[in-house]
Design a protein around this ligand. Structure first.
Ligand SMILES: Cc1cc2nc3c(=O)[nH]c(=O)nc-3n(C[C@H](O)[C@H](O)[C@H](O)COP(=O)(O)OP(=O)(O)OC[C@H]3O[C@@H](n4cnc5c(N)ncnc54)[C@H](O)[C@@H]3O)c2cc1C
Length: 381
């Protein structure tokens, strides 16, 4: 039987969207070019927060705020149903200087976010220097590879067909609708098609991308192994962060490199990350360095993703361009997409996530038109 939806790309955005739709009883098929969940969503750090939210536009923060409100239940239900622990936990984040205290305070006051000024070593005794720091106790994290495993198991339980090594190579359309996708397994059909192909979304859409501006931005990461509990919280200094996992692994990241579809690692980035990480937390000098990897983020202007129906093709949708915060934004992005497809009201204003470059076709816009005008808060702070 033909599925209701074909979703192209099985990162956290594709899997999250599939979960939301399958939970409503939709028949969903997920197509993945390689192995499920092995690209950016695997490579990321899993901090569930913008690094410095006061540096971002309202459009980023509104989506993030909605997502972090959904995350605890999302993670809990996933764990209960799948039996796999995504290691969601509120460990807090300590921001070391330089930072702007007035900006941080103003943002936290407006967003009802707890913020404390603290001596850095009061929170993390092992730090190299005891500076005045910003402490954000509610910042949470998840362990990406485990989150992806839990999502995959849950999707299988819900009957979602996940096809690995099924690359989508082209689109068939009759002018107003997509009629099929060309894949390495032949032409496949569904009622609707959702592109969640991360950094590859624009290339995959070809001429249908219109003005979509999504491109790969490489991020490199180092992994240390320390004793469990050696680092109690996330640390951020000068754009470099350290993330402690429960079992003692510590991730140090990351770079932001505009180098096209090149996922290789470099000695230069390794040296930079190692120097910064050990400079912040000297105990890492004694910790084995166990891995160095790179992933390609779906980069977008101002970090604002596109979550929308195509302006002209009424059954083509996209959720992509989540750039640095795709894991954080996954539950709210999935919610928006399901609401769009099912004609349900939106929890936040979705205008900022519209497809750039075209007027929306009138056909099939009934439930869509309602959402264009949005409910919820206006954009901009
Ligand atoms: C180093 C690094 C650190 C990060 N840290 C964080 C963090 O701390 N917090 C946070 O929230 N986010 C973080 N991110 C960002 C986050 O990982 C991404 O925004 C998110 O993973 C994007 O998810 P996605 O599903 O859109 O893309 P992906 O995970 O890349 O998934 C896209 C999938 O589509 C598949 N695909 C592509 N083309 C085709 C095709 N033609 N046919 C079939 N399948 C196709 C790909 O193989 C891939 O599996 C980080 C990213 C990196 C690289």
């Amino acid at each position: 039987m033909k599925p209701d939806c074909i979703i192209v790309g099985s990162g956290v955005i594709g899997c999250g969207t599939a979960l939301e739709l399958a939970s409503t009883g939709a028949k969903v098929s997920l197509l993945e070019r390689g192995e499920a969940g092995q690209e950016s969503s695997w490579a990321g750090g899993g901090i569930l927060y913008p690094l410095l939210p006061w540096d971002y536009a309202g459009a980023v923060n509104h989506l993030v705020q909605r997502s972090i409100a959904l995350f605890p239940t999302w993670a809990e239900e996933l764990q209960a149903a799948s039996g796999i622990d995504p290691e969601y936990r509120r460990c807090g984040m300590l921001v070391l200087p330089p930072f702007s205290t007035p900006k941080a305070r103003a943002w936290c006051d407006t967003h009802a976010t707890r913020l404390e000024m603290s001596g850095a070593r009061k929170i993390i005794p092992e730090l190299a220097a005891d500076e005045e720091a910003l402490w954000l106790p509610d910042v949470a994290q998840a362990r990406n590879p485990r989150l992806l495993k839990a999502l995959r198991r849950r999707l299988e339980q819900l009957g979602v067909e996940i096809s690995g090594h099924a690359e989508v190579t082209g689109w068939k359309n009759d002018g107003a609708r997509i009629t099929g996708v060309e894949t390495s397994r032949g032409v496949l059909n569904a009622g609707r098609y959702i592109v969640t192909s991360g950094a590859w979304s624009r290339q995959l859409l070809g001429k249908h991308a219109l003005n979509l501006d999504i491109r790969p931005i490489r991020g490199q990461m180092l992994l240390f192994k320390t004793k469990p509990g050696a680092l109690p919280a996330i640390i951020l200094k000068n754009g470099v962060y350290l993330i402690p996992r429960r079992d003692g692994h510590v991730l140090a990241g990351s770079t932001l490199e505009d180098v096209g579809f090149d996922k290789s690692t470099t000695e230069e980035a390794k040296t930079m990350l190692y120097t910064q990480a050990t400079g912040i937390l000297p105990l890492l000098k004694q910790a084995p360095l166990v891995r160095h990897w790179a992933g390609l983020r779906p980069g977008s202007p101002d970090n604002i993703p596109t979550i929308d129906r195509h302006p002209q093709l009424e059954n083509l949708y996209i959720s992509s361009g989540h750039f640095r915060y795709g894991v954080t934004m996954a539950p709210a992005s999935a919610e928006i997409m399901a609401n769009l497809i099912l004609g349900r009201p939106q929890a936040i204003d979705i205008t900022p996530y519209r497809w750039p470059g075209g007027n929306h076709h009138a056909v099939g816009a009934n439930s869509f038109a309602k959402e264009r005008h949005g409910q919820g808060s206006p954009v901009g702070e």
